[in-house]
Design a protein around this ligand. Sequence first.
Ligand code: MTE
Length: 348
Amino acid sequence: MHGGTDRESNRRRRDIRQLKTAKGGIRVLIKKSADIRSNEITPKEVYLNRRRFMAAAGTAGAALVAGKYLRNLITPELLAQAGTRLEYTRSDLSTQGEKLTPLDDITTYNNFYEFGTDKEDPSRNAGGLKTAPWTITIEGLVKRRASFDVDSIVKMHPSLEERIYRLRCVEAWSMVIPWVGIPLSSVIKTVEPASKARFVAFETLYDPKQMPGQRRSVLQWPYVEGLRMDEAMHPLTILAVGLYGESLPNQDGAPIRLVVPWKYGFKSIKSIVKIKFVEKQPPTTWNIMAPQEYGFYSNVNPEVDHPRWSQAKERRIGEFFKRSTLMFNGYGDQVAGLYAGMDLRKNF
Ligand code: MTE
Protein backbone atom coordinates (compact mmCIF):
# COMPACT_ATOMS: atom_id res chain seq x y z
CA MET A 1 0.00 0.00 0.00
CA HIS A 2 1.07 3.59 0.33
CA GLY A 3 2.37 3.23 3.85
CA GLY A 4 5.02 0.61 4.27
CA THR A 5 8.52 1.25 5.38
CA ASP A 6 9.81 3.67 7.96
CA ARG A 7 11.96 5.23 5.27
CA GLU A 8 8.90 5.99 3.17
CA SER A 9 7.06 7.42 6.18
CA ASN A 10 10.01 9.62 7.01
CA ARG A 11 10.15 10.83 3.44
CA ARG A 12 6.46 11.67 3.56
CA ARG A 13 6.85 13.51 6.82
CA ARG A 14 9.65 15.53 5.28
CA ASP A 15 7.39 16.24 2.34
CA ILE A 16 4.73 17.83 4.50
CA ARG A 17 5.10 21.53 4.06
CA GLN A 18 4.40 23.83 6.94
CA LEU A 19 3.03 27.18 6.15
CA LYS A 20 2.54 30.18 8.38
CA THR A 21 -0.46 32.23 7.41
CA ALA A 22 -0.31 35.99 7.38
CA LYS A 23 -1.57 35.97 10.95
CA GLY A 24 1.06 33.40 11.79
CA GLY A 25 0.87 30.31 13.85
CA ILE A 26 -1.57 28.20 11.88
CA ARG A 27 -0.02 25.14 10.30
CA VAL A 28 -1.51 24.18 7.00
CA LEU A 29 -0.69 20.74 5.82
CA ILE A 30 -1.19 19.82 2.22
CA LYS A 31 1.45 17.57 0.86
CA LYS A 32 3.58 17.92 -2.20
CA SER A 33 2.80 15.60 -5.05
CA ALA A 34 6.22 13.93 -4.83
CA ASP A 35 4.90 10.98 -2.87
CA ILE A 36 2.43 9.85 -5.49
CA ARG A 37 3.10 6.26 -6.48
CA SER A 38 3.47 5.25 -10.04
CA ASN A 39 2.91 1.57 -9.40
CA GLU A 40 0.83 -0.88 -11.34
CA ILE A 41 -2.85 -0.48 -12.17
CA THR A 42 -5.01 -2.92 -10.26
CA PRO A 43 -8.28 -3.74 -12.02
CA LYS A 44 -11.25 -4.00 -9.70
CA GLU A 45 -11.64 -7.78 -10.15
CA VAL A 46 -8.04 -8.40 -9.13
CA TYR A 47 -8.44 -6.12 -6.17
CA LEU A 48 -11.63 -7.82 -5.02
CA ASN A 49 -10.14 -11.27 -5.48
CA ARG A 50 -7.16 -10.21 -3.44
CA ARG A 51 -9.51 -8.99 -0.72
CA ARG A 52 -11.40 -12.29 -0.78
CA PHE A 53 -8.14 -14.18 -0.67
CA MET A 54 -6.95 -12.16 2.27
CA ALA A 55 -10.21 -12.64 4.12
CA ALA A 56 -10.03 -16.38 3.54
CA ALA A 57 -6.41 -16.71 4.42
CA GLY A 58 -6.74 -14.70 7.61
CA THR A 59 -4.20 -12.31 9.01
CA ALA A 60 -1.83 -14.88 10.49
CA GLY A 61 -1.85 -17.25 7.52
CA ALA A 62 -1.37 -14.53 4.96
CA ALA A 63 1.41 -12.98 6.98
CA LEU A 64 3.18 -16.31 7.07
CA VAL A 65 2.83 -16.69 3.33
CA ALA A 66 3.70 -13.22 2.23
CA GLY A 67 5.60 -11.73 5.11
CA LYS A 68 5.62 -8.15 6.22
CA TYR A 69 4.10 -6.65 3.06
CA LEU A 70 0.82 -8.53 3.37
CA ARG A 71 0.79 -8.19 7.13
CA ASN A 72 0.67 -4.45 6.63
CA LEU A 73 -2.17 -4.80 4.16
CA ILE A 74 -4.53 -6.89 6.21
CA THR A 75 -6.06 -4.74 8.86
CA PRO A 76 -9.48 -5.23 10.45
CA GLU A 77 -10.36 -1.80 9.09
CA LEU A 78 -9.63 -2.86 5.53
CA LEU A 79 -11.69 -6.01 5.88
CA ALA A 80 -14.57 -3.98 7.34
CA GLN A 81 -14.66 -1.74 4.29
CA ALA A 82 -16.43 -4.15 1.97
CA GLY A 83 -19.37 -2.14 0.66
CA THR A 84 -23.04 -2.90 -0.01
CA ARG A 85 -23.97 -3.28 -3.67
CA LEU A 86 -26.12 -0.45 -5.00
CA GLU A 87 -28.69 -0.33 -7.79
CA TYR A 88 -28.11 2.54 -10.13
CA THR A 89 -28.68 3.80 -13.66
CA ARG A 90 -25.99 5.12 -15.96
CA SER A 91 -25.93 8.81 -16.81
CA ASP A 92 -25.20 10.79 -19.96
CA LEU A 93 -23.39 13.25 -17.72
CA SER A 94 -20.61 10.75 -17.04
CA THR A 95 -17.16 11.49 -18.45
CA GLN A 96 -16.59 9.17 -21.41
CA GLY A 97 -13.52 7.37 -22.65
CA GLU A 98 -11.14 7.79 -19.71
CA LYS A 99 -9.59 4.94 -17.82
CA LEU A 100 -11.05 4.54 -14.33
CA THR A 101 -8.65 4.83 -11.42
CA PRO A 102 -8.43 1.44 -9.67
CA LEU A 103 -10.56 1.03 -6.55
CA ASP A 104 -7.44 0.20 -4.61
CA ASP A 105 -6.05 3.70 -5.23
CA ILE A 106 -9.37 5.49 -4.69
CA THR A 107 -9.67 3.86 -1.28
CA THR A 108 -6.10 4.06 0.01
CA TYR A 109 -4.85 7.40 -1.31
CA ASN A 110 -7.15 9.84 0.44
CA ASN A 111 -7.41 13.27 1.94
CA PHE A 112 -9.67 13.13 4.99
CA TYR A 113 -7.88 15.03 7.74
CA GLU A 114 -10.42 13.92 10.36
CA PHE A 115 -8.52 10.61 10.19
CA GLY A 116 -4.97 11.88 9.79
CA THR A 117 -2.90 13.87 7.34
CA ASP A 118 -1.03 11.06 5.55
CA LYS A 119 -2.65 9.69 2.42
CA GLU A 120 -2.99 6.21 3.89
CA ASP A 121 -4.28 7.38 7.30
CA PRO A 122 -7.99 7.51 6.33
CA SER A 123 -8.01 3.89 5.10
CA ARG A 124 -6.28 2.82 8.30
CA ASN A 125 -8.25 4.93 10.77
CA ALA A 126 -11.76 5.41 9.38
CA GLY A 127 -12.96 1.81 9.77
CA GLY A 128 -14.60 2.56 13.12
CA LEU A 129 -16.76 5.46 11.92
CA LYS A 130 -20.41 4.56 12.55
CA THR A 131 -22.28 5.54 9.39
CA ALA A 132 -25.70 4.08 10.22
CA PRO A 133 -27.96 5.48 11.44
CA TRP A 134 -26.85 8.83 9.95
CA THR A 135 -28.89 12.01 10.16
CA ILE A 136 -28.54 15.08 8.00
CA THR A 137 -30.07 18.32 9.20
CA ILE A 138 -31.41 20.68 6.56
CA GLU A 139 -31.88 24.16 7.91
CA GLY A 140 -31.72 27.89 7.22
CA LEU A 141 -33.75 29.62 4.54
CA VAL A 142 -35.97 26.69 3.46
CA LYS A 143 -39.61 25.73 3.75
CA ARG A 144 -38.97 22.10 4.78
CA ARG A 145 -36.44 22.46 7.59
CA ALA A 146 -35.91 19.01 9.09
CA SER A 147 -33.61 16.14 9.95
CA PHE A 148 -33.51 13.33 7.42
CA ASP A 149 -31.76 10.00 7.46
CA VAL A 150 -29.52 9.23 4.49
CA ASP A 151 -32.08 6.89 2.91
CA SER A 152 -34.76 9.54 2.78
CA ILE A 153 -32.30 12.00 1.23
CA VAL A 154 -31.48 9.44 -1.47
CA LYS A 155 -35.21 8.95 -2.13
CA MET A 156 -35.53 12.61 -3.06
CA HIS A 157 -34.44 11.46 -6.54
CA PRO A 158 -36.12 8.57 -8.44
CA SER A 159 -32.95 6.47 -8.69
CA LEU A 160 -29.27 6.44 -7.93
CA GLU A 161 -27.07 7.36 -10.89
CA GLU A 162 -23.53 6.46 -11.77
CA ARG A 163 -21.46 9.56 -12.49
CA ILE A 164 -17.94 9.01 -13.76
CA TYR A 165 -16.00 12.18 -13.01
CA ARG A 166 -12.44 13.41 -12.93
CA LEU A 167 -11.30 14.46 -9.45
CA ARG A 168 -8.50 17.04 -9.46
CA CYS A 169 -6.80 17.82 -6.15
CA VAL A 170 -5.03 21.15 -5.64
CA GLU A 171 -1.96 19.05 -4.76
CA ALA A 172 -1.72 18.36 -8.54
CA TRP A 173 -2.83 14.73 -8.64
CA SER A 174 -6.02 13.45 -10.21
CA MET A 175 -8.22 10.36 -10.52
CA VAL A 176 -11.25 9.23 -12.51
CA ILE A 177 -13.92 7.92 -10.15
CA PRO A 178 -17.21 6.14 -10.89
CA TRP A 179 -19.36 7.72 -8.19
CA VAL A 180 -22.92 6.63 -7.42
CA GLY A 181 -25.26 9.30 -6.13
CA ILE A 182 -28.05 11.74 -6.76
CA PRO A 183 -28.07 15.29 -8.10
CA LEU A 184 -27.90 17.79 -5.24
CA SER A 185 -30.56 19.76 -7.13
CA SER A 186 -33.14 17.05 -6.32
CA VAL A 187 -32.64 17.58 -2.61
CA ILE A 188 -32.70 21.35 -2.98
CA LYS A 189 -35.96 21.28 -4.95
CA THR A 190 -37.62 19.00 -2.40
CA VAL A 191 -36.85 21.22 0.59
CA GLU A 192 -37.90 24.43 -1.22
CA PRO A 193 -35.37 27.14 -0.39
CA ALA A 194 -36.54 30.73 0.03
CA SER A 195 -35.66 33.20 -2.72
CA LYS A 196 -33.28 34.92 -0.29
CA ALA A 197 -31.11 31.77 -0.10
CA ARG A 198 -28.12 32.52 -2.33
CA PHE A 199 -25.62 30.00 -0.95
CA VAL A 200 -25.61 26.48 0.47
CA ALA A 201 -23.32 25.63 3.40
CA PHE A 202 -22.22 22.08 4.26
CA GLU A 203 -20.78 20.64 7.44
CA THR A 204 -18.95 17.37 8.22
CA LEU A 205 -19.58 15.40 11.40
CA TYR A 206 -17.72 16.69 14.45
CA ASP A 207 -16.97 13.78 16.76
CA PRO A 208 -13.37 13.57 18.01
CA LYS A 209 -14.12 10.19 19.61
CA GLN A 210 -14.74 8.68 16.19
CA MET A 211 -12.54 11.03 14.19
CA PRO A 212 -9.11 11.01 15.84
CA GLY A 213 -7.74 13.76 13.58
CA GLN A 214 -10.18 16.18 15.19
CA ARG A 215 -8.30 15.85 18.49
CA ARG A 216 -5.54 17.96 16.95
CA SER A 217 -6.05 21.46 15.62
CA VAL A 218 -4.64 20.77 12.16
CA LEU A 219 -7.76 22.39 10.74
CA GLN A 220 -10.58 24.30 12.34
CA TRP A 221 -13.29 21.68 13.01
CA PRO A 222 -15.82 20.78 11.82
CA TYR A 223 -14.80 20.86 8.15
CA VAL A 224 -17.16 23.24 6.33
CA GLU A 225 -17.73 24.03 2.67
CA GLY A 226 -20.10 26.02 0.54
CA LEU A 227 -21.45 26.60 -2.96
CA ARG A 228 -23.32 29.40 -4.63
CA MET A 229 -26.93 28.36 -5.25
CA ASP A 230 -26.51 28.08 -9.04
CA GLU A 231 -23.43 25.88 -8.55
CA ALA A 232 -25.35 23.70 -6.11
CA MET A 233 -28.26 23.40 -8.57
CA HIS A 234 -25.99 22.53 -11.50
CA PRO A 235 -26.75 19.06 -12.94
CA LEU A 236 -23.10 17.96 -12.51
CA THR A 237 -23.15 18.56 -8.74
CA ILE A 238 -24.00 15.39 -6.84
CA LEU A 239 -24.29 13.93 -3.39
CA ALA A 240 -22.43 10.63 -3.65
CA VAL A 241 -23.30 7.60 -1.54
CA GLY A 242 -21.17 5.07 -3.39
CA LEU A 243 -18.40 4.33 -5.84
CA TYR A 244 -17.66 1.39 -8.11
CA GLY A 245 -21.28 0.29 -7.58
CA GLU A 246 -20.97 -0.14 -3.82
CA SER A 247 -21.68 2.06 -0.82
CA LEU A 248 -18.93 4.56 -0.04
CA PRO A 249 -15.97 3.29 1.95
CA ASN A 250 -15.60 5.37 5.12
CA GLN A 251 -12.33 6.92 3.95
CA ASP A 252 -14.09 8.31 0.88
CA GLY A 253 -16.69 10.18 2.92
CA ALA A 254 -19.35 7.67 3.95
CA PRO A 255 -22.22 7.67 4.11
CA ILE A 256 -22.73 10.78 1.96
CA ARG A 257 -20.45 13.40 0.44
CA LEU A 258 -20.49 16.21 -2.05
CA VAL A 259 -18.86 15.87 -5.49
CA VAL A 260 -18.34 19.00 -7.61
CA PRO A 261 -16.16 17.81 -10.50
CA TRP A 262 -15.08 21.18 -11.93
CA LYS A 263 -13.69 22.39 -8.59
CA TYR A 264 -10.57 21.34 -6.67
CA GLY A 265 -11.20 18.24 -4.57
CA PHE A 266 -11.28 20.08 -1.24
CA LYS A 267 -14.69 21.55 -2.14
CA SER A 268 -16.11 18.00 -2.17
CA ILE A 269 -16.82 17.76 1.55
CA LYS A 270 -17.16 14.31 3.12
CA SER A 271 -19.45 12.69 5.71
CA ILE A 272 -21.99 15.52 5.68
CA VAL A 273 -24.32 16.06 8.66
CA LYS A 274 -25.66 19.53 7.91
CA ILE A 275 -26.85 21.43 4.84
CA LYS A 276 -27.83 25.04 5.47
CA PHE A 277 -29.35 27.58 3.07
CA VAL A 278 -27.97 31.06 3.69
CA GLU A 279 -28.00 34.54 2.26
CA LYS A 280 -24.28 35.37 2.58
CA GLN A 281 -21.22 33.49 1.32
CA PRO A 282 -20.47 30.93 4.06
CA PRO A 283 -17.00 30.29 5.56
CA THR A 284 -15.07 27.37 4.06
CA THR A 285 -12.36 25.41 5.84
CA TRP A 286 -9.30 25.88 3.63
CA ASN A 287 -10.15 29.53 3.05
CA ILE A 288 -10.30 30.05 6.82
CA MET A 289 -6.90 28.38 7.19
CA ALA A 290 -5.10 30.24 4.37
CA PRO A 291 -7.29 32.82 2.58
CA GLN A 292 -4.49 33.90 0.26
CA GLU A 293 -4.12 30.32 -1.00
CA TYR A 294 -7.63 28.91 -1.15
CA GLY A 295 -10.54 30.92 -2.46
CA PHE A 296 -14.25 30.28 -2.11
CA TYR A 297 -14.73 29.31 -5.76
CA SER A 298 -11.69 27.06 -6.26
CA ASN A 299 -12.58 26.19 -9.82
CA VAL A 300 -9.87 24.07 -11.44
CA ASN A 301 -7.84 26.60 -13.41
CA PRO A 302 -4.47 25.79 -15.01
CA GLU A 303 -3.79 29.50 -15.46
CA VAL A 304 -4.00 30.49 -11.81
CA ASP A 305 -1.23 28.88 -9.79
CA HIS A 306 -1.48 28.06 -6.13
CA PRO A 307 1.36 29.94 -4.35
CA ARG A 308 3.21 26.66 -3.81
CA TRP A 309 2.15 24.51 -6.77
CA SER A 310 1.79 25.22 -10.45
CA GLN A 311 -1.68 24.14 -11.49
CA ALA A 312 -0.77 23.78 -15.18
CA LYS A 313 -0.16 20.04 -14.97
CA GLU A 314 -1.29 17.10 -12.89
CA ARG A 315 -0.32 13.50 -12.29
CA ARG A 316 -3.14 11.06 -12.91
CA ILE A 317 -2.76 8.42 -10.22
CA GLY A 318 -1.34 5.30 -11.86
CA GLU A 319 0.29 7.20 -14.73
CA PHE A 320 3.95 8.12 -14.95
CA PHE A 321 3.93 11.24 -17.10
CA LYS A 322 2.14 14.41 -16.10
CA ARG A 323 -0.75 15.62 -18.21
CA SER A 324 -2.05 19.14 -18.81
CA THR A 325 -4.76 20.31 -16.47
CA LEU A 326 -7.96 21.34 -18.21
CA MET A 327 -9.87 24.54 -17.47
CA PHE A 328 -12.76 23.70 -15.13
CA ASN A 329 -11.24 20.19 -15.05
CA GLY A 330 -12.59 19.61 -18.55
CA TYR A 331 -16.19 20.53 -17.71
CA GLY A 332 -16.01 24.07 -19.15
CA ASP A 333 -18.69 23.46 -21.78
CA GLN A 334 -21.17 22.78 -19.03
CA VAL A 335 -20.10 25.23 -16.33
CA ALA A 336 -18.21 28.19 -17.80
CA GLY A 337 -21.48 30.11 -18.15
CA LEU A 338 -21.85 30.17 -14.35
CA TYR A 339 -18.87 32.53 -14.19
CA ALA A 340 -19.52 34.75 -17.21
CA GLY A 341 -18.20 38.25 -16.57
CA MET A 342 -16.31 37.22 -13.42
CA ASP A 343 -12.57 37.79 -13.04
CA LEU A 344 -11.40 34.25 -12.26
CA ARG A 345 -8.04 35.49 -10.99
CA LYS A 346 -9.70 37.58 -8.32
CA ASN A 347 -12.44 35.04 -7.65
CA PHE A 348 -10.07 32.06 -7.40
N1 MTE B 1 -13.83 16.49 3.55
C1 MTE B 1 -13.54 16.46 4.86
N2 MTE B 1 -14.54 16.45 5.76
N3 MTE B 1 -12.26 16.45 5.32
C2 MTE B 1 -11.20 16.50 4.46
O1 MTE B 1 -10.03 16.50 4.91
N4 MTE B 1 -10.46 16.61 2.12
C3 MTE B 1 -10.82 17.17 0.82
C4 MTE B 1 -12.12 16.56 0.27
N5 MTE B 1 -13.12 16.50 1.31
C5 MTE B 1 -11.46 16.54 3.07
C6 MTE B 1 -12.83 16.50 2.64
C7 MTE B 1 -9.75 17.04 -0.17
S1 MTE B 1 -8.38 18.03 0.06
C8 MTE B 1 -9.87 16.21 -1.26
S2 MTE B 1 -8.70 16.25 -2.51
C9 MTE B 1 -10.97 15.25 -1.38
O2 MTE B 1 -11.84 15.26 -0.25
C10 MTE B 1 -10.37 13.86 -1.51
O3 MTE B 1 -11.38 12.90 -1.69
P1 MTE B 1 -10.95 11.37 -1.76
O4 MTE B 1 -10.10 11.07 -0.57
O5 MTE B 1 -12.23 10.57 -1.78
O6 MTE B 1 -10.16 11.22 -3.05
